[in-house]
Write a new protein. Structure first.
Length: 157
C-alpha cells in the first residue's frame, strides 16, 4: 500500500477503546491477565503477557460495564512484543447472540461517552451477524436514522 492510498477499514463491527481486564485461557490453563485496549463484537486488542502465537485457540473472560463476566471463545490472529509484554489481537467466535448483543451494547455506549463516530457505527453494525436487533434498538433510542443495503434486501425478500 502506497503512502497516498487510503486505508480501507475491514472491520465489520464498531470498535471502541476500553479500560477493563480480560482473563485469557488456552487448553484449560490460564495464560495471563491482559488489559483490554479496544473491543468489538468481532474481537479485542489485549495488552499483557505472555505473548501468544497467532492461531492459538483461547477462552477469554471479559468484564463488561454493568454486566457479569462474559465467556468468549476466540483465536489469536496477531501478536507483537511490546515493552515487557505483548499486544495480541483476538477474533471472537461468538455463538450466543446475547453475548454479542452485550458486547455491541457496551461498545455503542462507550462510543457515545467518548464522542465516537455514530455514522460508522450504524453502517458497520449492519454487517455483523446476530446484532441487528440490538443495534436497531440502540440507534432508535439515539434518534439515528436506520438504513442500509442489507435492510433493503431483507425487506425485498
Amino acid at each position: 500500500m502506497g503512502k497516498n492510498e487510503p486505508i480501507v477499514e475491514r472491520r465489520r463491527c464498531p470498535r471502541a477503546e476500553f479500560t477493563t481486564t480480560a482473563y485469557v485461557f488456552s487448553e484449560g490453563i490460564q495464560c495471563g491477565v491482559y488489559d483490554v485496549k479496544n473491543l468489538s463484537a468481532g474481537g479485542a486488542l489485549l495488552e499483557g503477557s505472555p505473548n501468544l502465537v497467532p492461531g492459538t485457540k483461547v477462552r477469554v473472560l471479559l468484564k463488561l460495564p454493568k454486566r457479569h463476566l462474559q465467556r468468549l471463545e476466540g483465536r489469536v490472529v496477531r501478536s507483537q512484543r511490546a515493552g515487557n509484554g505483548s499486544v495480541i489481537a483476538v477474533a471472537f467466535q461468538i455463538t450466543d447472540p446475547r453475548i454479542e448483543d452485550a458486547i455491541h451494547d457496551a461498545v455503542l455506549a462507550r462510543l457515545e461517552e467518548t464522542g465516537g463516530s455514530r455514522t460508522s457505527s450504524v453502517h458497520q453494525a449492519d454487517e455483523c451477524t446476530g446484532i441487528r436487533r440490538s443495534s436497531a434498538r440502540n440507534h432508535e433510542a439515539l434518534d439515528y436514522e436506520i438504513g442500509s443495503d442489507t435492510n433493503k434486501k431483507e425487506r425485498a425478500l
